[in-house]
Design a protein around this ligand. Sequence first.
Ligand code: HEC
Ligand code: HEC
Length: 579
Amino acid sequence: MSPRKICVLLASTLSVALAAPAAAQTPKVPGSPLYQKLCSQCHGEKGDGLGLAAPRLLPRPRDFTAGKFKIRHTPSGALPTDEDLEHVIREGMPYTSMPAWKHLSDGQIKELVAAVKSFSPDFANPEKKPKPVAIPKAPAFSQESAKKGKEVYARIGCPACHGQLGRGDGTSALTLKDDWDHPIRPADLTKRWTFRGGPTREDIYRTFTTGVNGTPMPSFAESLSAAERWQLVDYIVSLDPRDEPGYAELVQVQWTTDEIALDDLAKAKKLFASARPAYFPVIGQITEPGRAFHPSANGVTVRAVYSSSEIGFLVTWHDMRADTTGHNAPDLAVPPEEDQGDVTPAASSNKGGGGVFGEEEETPSGPSAPAAPANTASSADNVFGEEEGATATAAPGAEFSDAVAIQLPNQLPSGPRKPYFIFGDAQSPVDLWFVDLAKKVATRYSGAGSKSLSVVEGEDVTAIAGYDNGEWSVIFKRALRGSGGVTFTEGQYVPIAFSLWDGAQRERGNKRGLTRWMYLYTMPKETPSALWPMLRAVLAVLAVEILLIVWVRRRHALKSQDRPSQGTEPQDRKVPVHV
Ligand code: HEC
Ligand code: HEC
């Protein structure tokens, strides 16, 4: 599923009447009926961002009366050009509910641009006429430049918001607000496809140059040279080469001859090095009460291996903070008030003080940031300083902890019908492997719907978990044949789904991020065939013969050239050793 599809899915499930394509013959009259028809349910009839759907959306639909626009080719704080507005309406804003209006005609887009501009008097002010900034073509990417960019990144203060490794987990990440006082998440720089303004190197360069108006993301036009900005761009590109997520449908379970031992996380993770990572989109559970309209996670990476007796899953995802106090469970009730969708700012719902990560943080594997920023005069440093102050009030001790679950059918479905994706149904129950990351112990639930979840006694499933620089890693394992649930065998397809809970956003129970049903495919073992040993013997004999021929020929050639023995000797020795 493409990000765009997810956004559209989200928007349409919100019963926003997006489905109707733009009426072909919309009249072009002042006040734009086209705007009222397509845009007002989010942006409001008066363009104030207070449409019907607005309370459930994060980021909120833009309040056009403020004249603050994110994606611009104009200096920080300035109005966008008409081309900027046309572009953003046509392309939409990835990973927000702002749809792409690709099917509209040029005339319709121009009408909408005029409508958007009509809501702010600034556009009529000749002094505020936008003067575009030229964005140069990107120089070629180089590792050298990415390496320098990494230094710039740490020196200028990006990690305070975006985290040491760019995963959006900076110390001030949870305290950030936009100009309308709504919580805003720093971008996860390892996922360029989520950037509002596009994933290309030019797009990113433009972001540094012009800033993101109305958000804490500053412009670095004053504080960084063009060369430094390109280095930063290359650093971001080096964090993950993908500019599209490349979503998978299937986890391939790789055969391993090793034991799946879970006593040490770093060691256990190595077992999965040969397994192919499958990246799945995570969307909010918005079908049943307890809805998560804007879940924290937008993707989860899964790797799986099996040995002669066990199956293991490595599940990783990015989270702004490890919430390891409090508790969580798949059957926790969420009061209906929370369903209204109004955001509970994480920072205000948490009390207390002290270290954000507590003792749960593992030794960061990433580079340590250089000492204090050297250039104190830049505007970026000021921002950095302010946010640092805010960090002191950001608290640990959420009421709810982070959590993760693997969902499998309790029995292999014989036909195409799978259990209901939200914790199963009476006819086809699910087997839920759940880990509350405050306890880091696996619990099994049997589910016949979210109102009918029960703990399954026994210690069939075990787990180990750790958080490092914005990323959770959780490994689950179970015997191939458990005391209940599916028996895993070679060459078999099993439906599988995942749920993630972010304690900082009070996700618990049915308020969570989830994947739809995906598939697990247990790859056949690489059993040595009878043919292989024979073939190997033949190849070995052949290799010896070739070496002998080469050796004899070289000797012959060297002798006839009458070269000094000094140079020939090592060769003479080397070849027979191989034989
Ligand atoms: C389903 C809700 C929804 C609908 C419908 C919608 N928008 Fe948006 N729009 C948003 C959200 C949410 C944002 C803010 C995204 C962000 O800040 O990252 C936004 C932002 C914008 C922006 C600001 C771009 C920038 O650079 O900051 C413009 C312009 C815009 N929308 C125009 C429109 C127009 C024109 C229409 C109708 C054709 C429309 N939108 C319909 C949700 C919507
Ligand atoms: C004060 C906090 C803060 C600092 C410092 C900061 N950013 Fe950001 N950044 C943000 C926020 C918040 C967003 C998300 C804006 C949004 O969602 O519209 C963001 C967005 C971005 C984006 C994505 C833009 C897009 O198109 O969506 C990039 C790239 C980025 N930042 C890179 C950087 C780099 C590199 C630095 C250091 C030079 C930096 N940021 C410094 C807060 C910050």
